[in-house]
Design a protein around this ligand. Structure first.
Ligand code: ADP
Ligand code: ADP
Length: 225
């Protein structure tokens, strides 16, 4: 597990700065939701932390390491995407095992981790199915399984529920929250949905036009004028 420090982070595309001096200290085990309207820079911020986007200025610390120059695979993070990003030709089991296989984990370790994740997520019954044979909610669980088996220090969620219908979204929200508290993994979750943000976040980082407007617990934010 790890704390995360965002220190004066900026991002420019060409001459246009889209994130301006983002600052924030995230505690070990905390669940942070980054919320704001479309285009405010949420996804860019997350991708910079993941190492999928270069950092124009400032630093990202995970634990006691500055990760600016580390490859994504060296950052001890796992990311869950909106479109699940599952491999269609692989079974659920293979999808979950893949990231460990390419990292040369032993067969026994892979098996143990897949079994553990399948139990936590209650997806043990369809380990041999392909993604297309699953419902949206089941696919999202598998996507989370693929993140969990990595035993990362940090989870990053990029609007993971926005493809699901409203009822399932509420259910999965509760499941993600429970799961995160059970595993205690420091998490950053991006969404444009304010209700989702309030339900999930220990604290909310409110972004607007690339600026952090507020950073606090739901109660703090709502008791302010
Ligand atoms: P959000 O996730 O909040 O919807 P993004 O992080 O995707 O916002 O985008 C923030 C801003 O950066 C937007 O104005 C977007 O148009 C711009 N942007 C994102 N990616 C690129 C890119 N590859 N090149 C140029 N501008 C980009
Ligand atoms: P890799 O071969 O490095 O695992 P991937 O295509 O799986 O490549 O992902 C690209 C990068 O995104 C990886 O280096 C990995 O560290 C990072 N990543 C974050 N979360 C995940 C995840 N749930 N599954 C796979 N890769 C992830």
């Amino acid at each position: 597990m790890a704390s995360i420090t965002l220190e004066n982070l900026t991002k420019s595309y060409g001459d246009t700065e889209v994130l301006h001096h983002v600052h924030g200290q995230i505690e070990d085990g905390e669940f942070i939701v980054v919320v704001g309207p479309s285009g405010c820079g949420k996804s860019t911020l997350l991708r910079m932390i993941a190492g999928l986007e270069t950092i124009t200025g400032g630093q990202v610390h995970i634990g006691d390491r500055v990760v600016n120059d580390l490859e994504p695979a060296q950052r001890d993070i796992a990311m869950v995407f909106q479109n699940y990003a599952l491999y269609p030709h692989m079974t659920v089991r293979e999808n979950m095992a893949y990231g460990l296989k390419i990292r040369k984990f032993s067969k026994a370790e892979i098996e143990a981790r897949v079994r553990e994740a399948a139990e936590i997520l209650e997806i043990g019954d369809y380990l041999d199915r392909k993604p297309r044979q699953l419902s949206g909610g089941q696919r999202q669980r598998v996507a989370m399984g693929r993140a969990i088996v990595r035993h990362p220090k940090v989870f990053l969620f990029d609007e993971p529920l926005s493809n699901l219908d409203a009822k399932l979204r509420v259910q999965m929200r509760l499941e993600i929250r429970k799961l995160q508290k059970r595993l205690g993994v420091t998490s950053i979750y991006v969404t444009h949905d304010q209700v989702e943000a309030m339900t999930l976040g220990d604290r909310l980082m409110v972004l607007n036009k690339g600026y952090v407007e507020q950073f606090g617990s739901p109660i703090e934010l709502y008791s302010r004028p």
